[in-house]
Design a protein around this ligand. Structure first.
Ligand SMILES: C[S@@+](CC[C@H](N)C(=O)[O-])C[C@H]1O[C@@H](n2cnc3c(N)ncnc32)[C@H](O)[C@@H]1O
Length: 369
């Protein structure tokens, strides 16, 4: 049985003295099935589920009248022990699929959960091929995905370039999954000797060949969605992928981590945007907003990088569409980082909103009619 853990957020907690209306509002968030009840010292008391509120049909008054007073919980131990205890509980009690984990002071720290109805269809390479080749219409060649930032240019200069500017320009740049070239437009002039783009779809590679035909140092290839045989070992200074690999599952990321570390020069750097939705499967059981890959988490990607002998320089988990950090930006290389950094940035979409309402105004002013 697959078990996952997720760090608890403030919004997962409710105070014993809260009333039912407050609990109802907290549980109204899409996908939220239960709250962990704590006293004013933050000590675990019990669990309150949507079902508890429904069964007792209470609209107001203290939540004490409804909650489960002897809920299953696990007192923190090693990761392995937590998962073993959780599996035993899930196998014994078929109605339980989520258990709070407490620290030694009985303060809730995380959830361990399982997916019983595994109805979620994974984002296989074939599904990606069909989606981007047949279903998706590319109405503005990808710029339509930049609306939250106001425009593609505002997103590049407001959100992407500030994060990767330390490594650009670079002699040799590789972009994985450029699509119709939304970021390629910026990356080609920042590649002083060579730009290469590799996409699963012949349609996308052909589109980019036409769009960037004047850039003599740029070339585009199609691959099998897993490997990069056309790129020689240790030939890239900068590897980039944004808004593509969020849709691919763990097997694909594992393969790309291996390939990226193979093609990076010793002092090269990769900036890869991928899913972290695996951390939130309890919230988004069947339908993860933005078609994020459910099997991927930031920590699994970090583990693959380290297993392949690479080093994570920075991991920034970011929110996307929803409040939770269902995505991640991972910066990694073959060399060790002087000061690695790990952060949960739940303000990424707020950054987008500020970019749209401030920085994008300059791009609008500069537009020629
Ligand atoms: C949502 S589009 C984004 C394109 C571009 N990065 C952008 O932001 O405009 C996803 C792209 O990823 C490509 N893709 C999907 N799975 C892939 C894989 N396993 N390997 C390479 N490309 C892939 C698709 O063909 C498509 O071009």
């Amino acid at each position: 049985m697959d078990c996952f853990t997720r760090v608890l957020k403030k919004s997962d907690l409710i105070l014993t003295k809260a009333d039912a209306a407050q609990a109802k509002r907290a549980l109204a968030t899409k996908g939220k099935t239960c709250l962990v009840v704590v006293d004013e010292g933050g000590v675990f008391q019990c669990v309150l589920t949507k079902g508890d509120l429904k069964r007792h049909n209470v609209a107001s008054g203290s939540i004490e009248q409804v909650y489960n007073r002897s809920p299953k919980h696990i007192v923190s131990a090693s990761e392995e022990e937590i998962l073993t205890q959780a599996r035993n509980i899930f196998e014994t009690y078929s109605s339980i699929n989520k258990i709070p984990v407490l620290d030694a002071e009985r303060r809730p720290i995380s959830f361990v959960f399982t997916r019983r109805n595994n109805t979620m269809r994974n984002n296989t390479i074939d599904r990606n091929y069909d989606t981007w080749n047949d279903t998706y219409e590319w109405v503005a060649d990808g710029d339509e995905w930049s609306v939250a930032w106001g425009s593609q240019k505002a997103q590049w200069y407001g959100a992407l370039y500030p994060r990767i500017a330390p490594w650009l320009p670079a002699e040799s740049v590789l972009e994985i999954a450029p699509g119709h070239g939304r970021w390629t437009e910026f990356l080609i002039p920042l590649s002083s000797k060579k730009y290469r783009g590799v996409d699963l779809l012949p349609n996308c590679a052909d589109f980019c060949k036409r769009r960037f035909s004047e850039a003599k140092h740029a070339s585009f290839f199609t691959n099998n969605g897993l490997t990069l045989p056309m790129i020689e070992d240790r030939s890239c200074d900068f590897v980039f992928s944004f808004d593509s690999l969020v849709h691919v599952e763990l097997d694909v990321l594992k393969s790309y981590v291996h390939e990226v570390l193979r093609v990076l020069k010793d002092d090269g750097i990769a900036f890869i945007h991928h899913s972290n939705a695996g951390e939130y499967l309890d919230l988004y059981d069947e339908n993860i907003p933005g078609w994020r890959a459910p099997t991927v988490t930031a920590s699994l990607v970090k583990k693959f990088i380290e297993q392949e002998g690479g080093y994570v320089w920075l991991q920034e988990k970011i929110n996307w569409i929803v409040d939770e950090c269902v995505d991640c930006l991972t910066l990694f290389g073959r060399e060790e980082c002087y000061e690695p950094y790990f952060v949960d940035n739940e303000l990424f979409m707020l950054e987008a909103m500020l970019t749209k309402t401030r920085i994008n105004k300059y791009w609008s002013a500069a537009r020629k009619f």
